[in-house]
Design a protein around this ligand. Structure first.
Ligand SMILES: *Cc1c(COP(=O)(O)O)cnc(C)c1O
Length: 406
C-alpha cells in the first residue's frame, strides 16, 4: 500500500478558467461588461507569460516601489510578549506607504499594453485612489476616481493628493455616499466607456479575472517573505498573520505558502465596535455566501441579500464582502479567520509605535493585535510573520483626536 498516499490539495492552481475558487468567484455581471472583462482576462493571460511585461513589472517594483521590502525581526515586541518570535513584513516602507502600489502598477502596466487611455476606480478612504493615481501619473495615463461624498469630506488630504497627481475625483452623492456607492458609480462609468478605460480594482475582489490578477501581483510579498525567513531562520514560519478587508495584502502574503502544510495562516477581520449588524465588517466570521460586485463570496447581508452597512476604526477594512479565494480557503479550513476590534487595534497601534518606533496603519494594527494575543501562547522557537500592510501617517490625526492629543 506504499503507493496509496493521500493526494495533497494544490491550493496554488486556482481559480479555474471561469474564475471559480470552488463555488466562489465567477463573473456575475451584465452581458456588456462580460465582453470587457473577457478582454482584460485575455490580455492578462498574455502578459503573465510575456517576459517583457514581467521584466518591466519587476523593474518597477525594484526601482519605483523599493522592493524587496524588509523582513524585520521585531525583537522588542517579541521580548515584551515573551513567546514566539515576531517578524514584520515591511509593506509600510513601499512608495505611497502600503501594499496597494504592488497591484496598481501591475494594473496600470496592463492597461497601457491594452492601449487604454484611462484608469478608473472606486476608492473608500482614498488609499487605493492615491496608489492608482500614482501609477497613472508614472505611466502617462488619465485617471478617474469615484469617491462617496462622505469620504471626500472625511479624507480631504487624499483627495488633494489624487488631484495633485493629476487624477479627476468624481464625488458620488447617491445612496449612503460611501465605498459601496462609489463602486456602483465607477462600474456605471466603466460600462459607458470600456473601450478607452481600464478598471483598476483595489483588492482581490470583483468579477474574474480581478481576484486572480490582483493576487498574482501581490504574491511578490509572500515570495520575498519565504526567501527572507529561510535565510534568517533556516526554516519556514509557523504562522502568517494579516488583516483582511477585501483580502489583497493577506492573499499576497499567503499565496506562496499555501501548499506548505505546516505553515498556519490567520486572517484578521475588523470586529469594530461590537458584533451587532452595522458595527463591524467581520465578513467571513459572521457573513453568508451571496453575490456582490460581480462575485459570489461571503457577504454581510440582510434577509433580502442587500449588503449591510459596516464599520471599522480602519476605513480600509470596512467592506461588506471579501475576496472569493478567502471564502474558499475558509471553507477548506486552510486559513483560519478571526477578529480584532477597534479597541484592540488602537492598543496595538500604540504598542508598535512605542515599542518598535513603527507607526502602523490602523488596518495593519488589526494583524498586530492578533499577534499580541497569539505570541505569548507559543514557545520561543516558534516564528510568526505579520504583514505590516501600511504605515500610519494617514491615521495620526484621527488617532490624536480619539486620544484627545493635540
Ligand atoms: C486598503 C488597505 C488594507 C485592506 O485591503 P486588503 O485588500 O484587505 O489588503 C489593509 N491595509 C492597508 C494599509 C490598506 O491601505
Amino acid at each position: 500500500m506504499k503507493k496509496n498516499k493521500l493526494q495533497k490539495n494544490n491550493y496554488q492552481n486556482l481559480p479555474n478558467e471561469t474564475g471559480f475558487f470552488g463555488e466562489y468567484g465567477g463573473q456575475f455581471v451584465p452581458p456588456q461588461l462580460k465582453k470587457a472583462l473577457e478582454e482584460v482576462a485575455a490580455a492578462y493571460e498574455v502578459a503573465k507569460k510575456d517576459p517583457v511585461f514581467q521584466r518591466e513589472y519587476k523593474t518597477l517594483l525594484a526601482d519605483y516601489v523599493g522592493r524587496p521590502s524588509a523582513l524585520f525581526f521585531a525583537k522588542n515586541l517579541t521580548e515584551k510578549l515573551g513567546g514566539a518570535k515576531i517578524y514584520l513584513k515591511r509593506e509600510d516602507l513601499n512608495h505611497t506607504g502600503a501594499h496597494k502600489i504592488n497591484h496598481c502598477l501591475g494594473e496600470a502596466l496592463l492597461a497601457k499594453k491594452m492601449g487604454k487611455k484611462k484608469l478608473l476606480a472606486e476608492t473608500g478612504a482614498g488609499q487605493h485612489g492615491v496608489a492608482l493615481a500614482t501609477a497613472a501619473a508614472l505611466m502617462g495615463l488619465e485617471c478617474e476616481i469615484h469617491m462617496g461624498a462622505i469620504d471626500v469630506a472625511k479624507q480631504h488630504p487624499n483627495v488633494l493628493r489624487m488631484k495633485m497627481l493629476g487624477a479627476k475625483v468624481v464625488t458620488v452623492n447617491s445612496g449612503g455616499r460611501c465605498l459601496k456607492d462609489a463602486v456602483d458609480s465607477a462600474f456605471g462609468a466603466y460600462l459607458s466607456d470600456y473601450e478607452n478605460t481600464f478598471f483598476g480594482i483595489g483588492s482581490v475582489v470583483g468579477p474574474h479575472p480581478y481576484p486572480m490578477m490582483v493576487r498574482d501581483f501581490q504574491s511578490v510579498v509572500g515570495r520575498e517573505a519565504r526567501e527572507q525567513i529561510l535565510l534568517k531562520e533556516n526554516k519556514l514560519p509557523d504562522y502568517l498573520v494579516a488583516c483582511v478587508g477585501g483580502g489583497s495584502n493577506a492573499m499576497g502574503l499567503f499565496h506562496a505558502f499555501l501548499n506548505d502544510e505546516k505553515v498556519q495562516m490567520i486572517g484578521v477581520e475588523p470586529a469594530g465596535k461590537s458584533f451587532k449588524p452595522g458595527d463591524h465588517a467581520a465578513t467571513l466570521t459572521l457573513g453568508k455566501p451571496g453575490t456582490l460586485h460581480g462575485m459570489f463570496t461571503y457577504l454581510l447581508q440582510d434577509e433580502q441579500g442587500n449588503p449591510l452597512s459596516v464599520h471599522s476604526i480602519a476605513s480600509g477594512l470596512d467592506y461588506p464582502g471579501v475576496g472569493p479565494q478567502h471564502s474558499y480557503l475558509k471553507d477548506k479550513e486552510r486559513v483560519k479567520y478571526t477578529t480584532a476590534n477597534d479597541k484592540e487595534a488602537l492598543a496595538a497601534f500604540l504598542m508598535l509605535s512605542k515599542v518598535e518606533g513603527i507607526i502602523p496603519a490602523l488596518e495593519s494594527a488589526h494583524a498586530i493585535a492578533h499577534a499580541v494575543k497569539l505570541a505569548p501562547t507559543l514557545s520561543k522557537e516558534k516564528v510568526i510573520i505579520v504583514n505590516l500592510s501600511g504605515r500610519g501617517d494617514k491615521d495620526v490625526d484621527y488617532v490624536g483626536e480619539l486620544l484627545g492629543i493635540s
